[in-house]
Write a protein that binds this ligand. Structure first.
Ligand SMILES: NC(=O)c1ccc[n+]([C@@H]2O[C@H](COP(=O)([O-])OP(=O)(O)OC[C@H]3O[C@@H](n4cnc5c(N)ncnc54)[C@H](OP(=O)(O)O)[C@@H]3O)[C@@H](O)[C@H]2O)c1
Length: 391
């Protein structure tokens, strides 16, 4: 056992004492430890991550539970997880500034990919051995997970587990924002913020599926080459350049679509950049986050600068403002499944391909979160239950 692994196992025991048994919050939480008492003695314990409190990186702990034969209930399947996604919302959740989480302690993780190892009663469309992508509210940062079969999607044959774990949240979000709300069409112009991140790169690739779309993308300068490879027309380094001026210099009338994951004052700037008939879709509040812990000043500033508009102002402006939150679409199974089918088709046709930034073992979840929070990632950050990969 490596020193790192050993340290993690010790952390497990400490965390278990600190956190108590994981509550069955959401539909993909690990079963309580006692349920695994009858586990085959030879099987290694199953590893899972737990958010034990709100705060810094140390709040996510690695724990283990005894392996037990999977016992999915009716309409459920058990999946052996091969990779799971880290999302901006997971980092916000750790700081206690994300609204769509169960009570503490719980296992985070909204998406992942793996192999079906057991199916429950009434499951017709999945069988043992199927390679699936999973989309849930939380619980995917564990080695084995039991979810409703409706929360799983068959992986295309050519897709790797890492790509599959990187697809759902980022590409569903980018797709619905651009096409369902944005109504992206040939000749349109789009402003994509956080363009080198998970959702950002997904958006760039999706814009490329429509003819003659001009894409302005904001990101740190070191990431601009990757932006260009993924189809950005005008990369903008928002650290050194006023992006409003940069857009207006090239396109004085503004843009047709603003993708707004930032919130606060940036929503107002985005709204003012819209052409007639333009749409702003707000889908995140990244401006709330300024460091490893919750920053009350940033919360107050973002809240104070919150954009608001009345129907009377919208009417003569010929603009639309939309809000998008995938976390509140969990009952819309048909709607979301339809989007996933279209994304799978685009993947099979070679139009989209998740860009993986880095892959981290569960032990290094703090480093994985730092990678995102310190703005180092280009594309998707993944967690794997097994051994460490090159980062
Ligand atoms: N509403 C929904 O359903 C939904 C679903 C998925 C994601 N989202 C939102 O979409 C946005 C992107 O999410 P993601 O998971 O793809 O993350 P991501 O873009 O991979 O996030 C990390 C990158 O964002 C940029 N960034 C900008 N402001 C930041 C800040 N305050 N702190 C840290 N990084 C910051 C950094 O790149 P630069 O070098 O370019 O600054 C960083 O590398 C987030 O706002 C997220 O909440 C919403």
């Amino acid at each position: 056992m490596s020193a790192e692994r050993e340290a993690a196992e010790v952390a497990t025991v400490e965390a278990a004492a600190e956190a108590g048994p994981a509550e069955a919050a959401g539909d993909a939480q690990p079963p309580a430890a006692s349920e695994g008492a009858a586990a085959a003695a030879s099987a290694p314990p199953l590893r899972f991550l737990v958010l034990t409190g709100f705060g810094g990186y140390d709040k996510v702990k690695l724990q283990t539970r005894p392996a037990a034969p999977p016992a999915p209930g009716p309409r459920q399947v058990t999946v052996r997880v091969r990779a799971s996604g880290l999302n901006f919302a997971d980092v916000m959740a750790r700081q206690g500034i994300y609204d769509r989480t169960p009570p503490l302690p719980y296992t985070p993780g909204m998406e992942g990919a793996g192999v079906v190892v057991a199916v429950g009663e009434g499951v017709q469309d999945r069988k043992v051995g199927d390679r699936v992508m999973v989309l849930v509210r939380c619980g995917m940062w564990q080695e084995e997970v039991t979810v409703l079969s409706a929360q799983t999607f068959l992986m295309p044959e050519a897709m790797t587990f890492e790509e599959a774990a990187a697809l759902l949240v980022n590409y569903i979000t980018a797709y619905m924002v651009l096409f369902d709300f944005g109504h992206l069409r040939p000749g349109h112009s789009v402003l994509v913020h956080m363009a080198a991140g998970g959702v950002g790169i997904a958006a760039l690739q999706l814009c490329r599926t429509v003819e003659n779309v001009t894409v302005f993308g904001t990101a740190s300068a070191s990431k601009h080459e990757i932006l260009k490879e993924n189809g950005v027309t005008h990369p903008i380094d928002y650290h050194t350049t006023d992006y409003v001026e940069a857009v207006k210099k090239i396109s004085p009338k503004g843009v047709d679509i603003v993708m707004d994951p930032l919130g606060g004052a940036d929503t107002t700037k985005g709204y003012n950049l819209l052409k007639p008939m333009g749409k702003l879709i707000t889908y995140g509040m990244a401006n709330l986050m300024t460091g490893p812990k919750r920053n009350l000043m940033a919360l107050a500033r973002t809240w104070w600068n919150q954009f608001s508009v009345t129907a009377l102002q919208l009417l003569p402006a010929n603009r639309a403002v939309c809000g998008y939150h995938l976390g509140y679409l969990d009952d819309e199974v048909e709607l979301v499944s339809g989007v996933v089918s279209r994304l799978v088709a685009l993947y099979n046709q070679g139009h989209i391909k998740p860009h993986i930034d880095s892959v981290w073992p569960f032990e290094k979840v703090a480093d994985a979160m730092k990678q995102m929070q310190e703005k180092k990632n280009v594309g998707k950050i993944l967690l794997v239950p097994g051994a460490e990969k090159e980062n």
